[in-house]
Structure formats: C-alpha cells, structure tokens
Design a protein. Structure first.
Length: 493
C-alpha cells in the first residue's frame, strides 16, 4: 500500500506558521516600499466595508471644553420665564454634579443672553452669535439630545473620542485608519490640528488621537501651528534627498532582518513610518502652501483664514487634506470651558468658529465633496442652565452638563434640515430621542459602510469596539432602529 504522505516531507505546525508568516511579512514589507503594489481594498484590515458606504471621508470639528448648547442651539421661549428661579429638584433629580458647584447653596437658572431665531425647513433655533452656521441649517442635522455619563473634561473627551472612559483605547480616527486604510500614499490617513480660542482651555493629550492597542502606525499625526508642520520635515544641512533615501534604505534593511528574526509587527510599523515620513517631505510643503488658493476662498472663511494656527486656516488645510486623499481630519478648537464670563467668552468663541465652520460645509458642497464627506461638530458635553457664581448678566458662568447637549452633522448619509431629539424647558433632561455618544459613533461608522458590532479587535480577551463592549448599557434611539444592536443608528437619509 502506497502512503499518501511521506513523513520525511512533513513539517510541524510551528514551522508551517513560521513560513507563512515570513511570506506574508515579506509581502507587507515590500508593499511599504512600493505602496501601490497592493490594491486599495487590502490597505485596511477590513478589506472591504461591510456594506456600500455613503461617505468615505470625515472632518471632525471638536470644540474642546464643553460648548454651551443653551447659549448656541437649544433655546426655548420658556427659558425667558424661568430666568432667576431656583432649578427645581424634580428637574435636577439628584444628578451628580462637579466639585465646582457641589458647594453652592442655590442653583438659580440663567436664560441665554442672546436672541434666537428659527432657521431652515427644520425650524431649529440658532443663536444670534452663530449667523453663518444658521444660514446652512438646511444642510445640517441638529442633534439636541446627545448625552454622556462623564461629567469632567478628561474622562468625557476620552469617552467620546474612544468609546470608553478608560485610557489606552484607540481614537475614532485610529479605528478608521486601521479598518479602512487610506487612499493616500503620501500623507497620513489621520491628521490632527489644534487651535486655541479666547476662553478657558483644558489640556489636550496625544492619546486622544492615539492608536491604543492597535498598531501604532494608525495613530493620528499632529500638524503644528507654527514652524514646520511636522518636526524634522526638512533635511538638515548637508543632507540631500538622495542621501536621505540611501540612509533610509540601509535602516530599512536592518529592520527587515530584525523582522525576519522576531516577526514583531511594530517593526513593520517603524518601516512604514519611515517611508511615510520620506514621502511627506515632498507632499506636506505642497499641501500647506496656501498661495494657490484664490482670494475668494480666504474671504469665504473669514479674517483668520491666512493666519497659521487659527481655526479658519485649519479648516482650509483640512479641505486640502481631503482633496489629497486623507480620509480622517480632526480639528480641535480649545477655549469652551466657560465657568465664568460665559456671555462674553462664548460670543468670542463663536466669532472664531462660526464663519469658518459654515464656509467649510459650503466649500465642500461647491466642490462636490460634501455628498461623501461627513462633517461633525461638537464637544465632550454641554453646560448647565443654572448659574455658577454670579447671576449678573455679564459675569455668570455655567458648569459641565453631560445629561444633554447639542452637536450637528452634515454630509454623506446624514439627513438635511433635520432636528433630532428634544429636551425639557430647562434644557436639562432629554424628553425625546436620546442619543448616547456611542449612538453618534455608531452612526458615523454606518455612513462609512461599517457595522459597529462587527468591527472589532481582539484585545485582553475581549472583542473591542469603538462603541465599547459594555453590552448591559443599551440605548435604542428613535425613530430609526436597525436591528438588535447595543447602540442605535440615527439621523440617516
């Protein structure tokens, strides 16, 4: 009887896996040096989206510090009548508050100090300090019922950006860079820029755009507001592009040899980052040279459009990044923590962001890009109806409020001219269609063709997700319910 297999030719499981890993590793390493050798579908871990996406790019305008939804969006005529009265216990309902107001003996309500009008087909209210955003109301979904469990800045901003209050988890941009990859060979798939307003500013830590437990090549790349956009972008004196290429090839050869020995994926990340940095030396100067932008573009974005580091300038850069294939850009604008002088400071902040934010939406639409780009705008929580400190017209402050706050979205897959959710007359509790921050993230993923429950990464024995793994915490937001999922998808076309 002739044996089917010759034992001399057999290999054990460990050898088989080692040979397979080396082959895949060699292919991966080769693709780093020649990015075009693999098709676009192979660049992200998902390969292909779960279903046909309505959007392929995201710009996230993140207003760090907690914008006052009461003074900007969530107005009700009844607020004028409750000005000066004590916040009823039935409204507060034992809610946990921050240490900054826990010692107050009274909680007097303060109506917004600005005039409000309804705009667009949706009839959403917008403050007089947001005239430009109000003018694009028919492009927006205004979400007035966003909520979070976090009441302090760092846990709240970590939560909305990563899906959990625990440190060490990937940001939304890192998740998308990992899952979908990037069509750009010469720029990172996730770029972050920071501007500062004229209000109180909280610290922003790099982990907010970090990759967490995902491979580090997926973390966001922060562009600086002055000097070189990225450190060491230019070669030092005496080093030419050719000599830099030769040095890089030698370093990569050493790293490839080490990878063959250890199969450590972080070595692949290092090689990828070196190669990306080399290509960025040519692509970034062209990207950040705004001399090619016509005058009417600067006029559209406002007085700060030519000032590096300003929010308006960053909005123009963000649009240019999208045009060059960057799929996720996040603009942090600091200064929204108004514990005092709220009327003055919120007005100043809106002066900085109102025109550029509206111009960005219009600019994308004029270029035919808004239909497949999601624009998100909001912060980590809102502010309280009750006053912190003085009750005077010009000097009162507002404390943190996560039980309800307002954000807006526009673009690919999002309903136009729509108001989602409703709060009570104190803008303190949600009375209709609650939207947890992970509902928001699930919706963004949905627009990008991703089922948030199937988009996972195995870590510490759990199938980690951008929308978290705490299955006992279930929100099903109306009016749209897409299956039995732990977080709902809402406000889609």
């Amino acid at each position: 009887m002739i044996p089917l297999l010759n034992s001399d030719h057999l290999i054990d499981r460990r050898k088989f896996l080692n040979i397979g890993a080396r082959g895949m590793g060699a292919m991966g390493l080769a693709s780093l040096a020649q990015p075009g050798m693999l098709n676009a579908a192979g660049r992200g871990a998902m390969g292909e989206p779960h279903f046909k996406p309505k959007a392929k790019r995201v710009i996230y305008l993140f207003f760090s510090g907690g914008p006052s939804h009461i003074d900007m969006y969530d107005y009700k005529p009844a607020m004028r009548k409750i000005h000066g009265i004590e916040l009823p216990d039935s409204i507060r309902n034992g809610q946990r508050i921050t240490g900054m107001t826990s010692g107050q003996k009274s909680f007097p309500c303060v109506a917004p100090m600005f005039e409000f009008k309804q705009h667009g087909q949706s009839g959403g209210y917008f403050s007089e300090i947001l005239p430009n955003v109000a003018s694009i109301a028919d492009e927006l979904t205004l979400i007035r019922s966003v909520n979070t469990e976090a009441i302090n800045h760092d846990p709240a901003i970590t939560y909305i950006n990563t899906g959990t209050q625990q440190l060490g988890h990937p940001s939304m941009g890192a998740w998308l860079n990992y899952g979908l990859g990037s069509p750009s060979d010469n720029l990172p798939g996730y770029i972050v820029m920071i501007s500062k307003g004229r209000g109180g500013s909280q610290a922003l830590y790099s982990r907010l755009w970090g990759s967490g437990f995902l491979p580090s090549k997926h973390q966001g790349v922060k562009f600086r507001s002055s000097g070189e956009p990225v450190l060491y972008l230019n070669n030092p004196p005496g080093i030419t592009s050719g000599s830099r290429r030769a040095i890089l090839d030698s370093i990569n050869a050493i790293n490839r040899a080490k990878f063959e020995e250890t199969q450590d994926s972080e070595i692949q990340t290092r090689i990828a980052q070196y190669e990306m940095a080399f290509r960025m030396q040519a692509s970034v100067p062209e990207l950040t040279d705004l001399k090619t932008e016509p005058d009417h573009v600067f006029e559209q974005y406002g007085k700060d459009a030519k000032s590096p580091g300003k929010f308006a300038y960053n909005c123009i850069l963000a649009r240019r990044m999208l045009e060059r294939g960057v799929p996720f850009v996040q603009l942090f604008h600091r200064g929204w923590d108004q514990h005092g002088n709220c009327p003055r400071d919120v007005r100043r902040q809106c002066e900085d962001v109102d025109q550029p934010a509206a111009a960005l939406v219009r600019d994308l639409k004029q270029r035919g890009m808004l239909e497949d780009t999601i624009v998100i705008c909001g912060g980590e929580f809102g502010r309280t109806i009750y006053s912190q400190g003085s009750l005077t017209k010009d000097n009162h402050g507002r404390d943190h409020h996560g039980r309800c706050f307002t954000m807006w979205m526009a673009g690919g897959g999002i309903r136009k001219g729509h108001v989602h959710g409703e709060t009570d007359d104190f803008s303190y509790n949600i009375v209709r269609y609650p939207v947890h921050i992970n509902d928001l993230n699930a919706t963004v993923l949905q627009c990008l063709g991703i089922d948030h429950e199937r988009f996972t990464y195995r870590y510490q024995g759990l199938d980690q997700r951008l929308t978290g793994v705490q299955l006992s915490h279930i929100h099903i937001s109306e009016p749209t319910r897409l299956g039995m999922i732990s977080y709902a998808v809402f406000c889609l076309k």
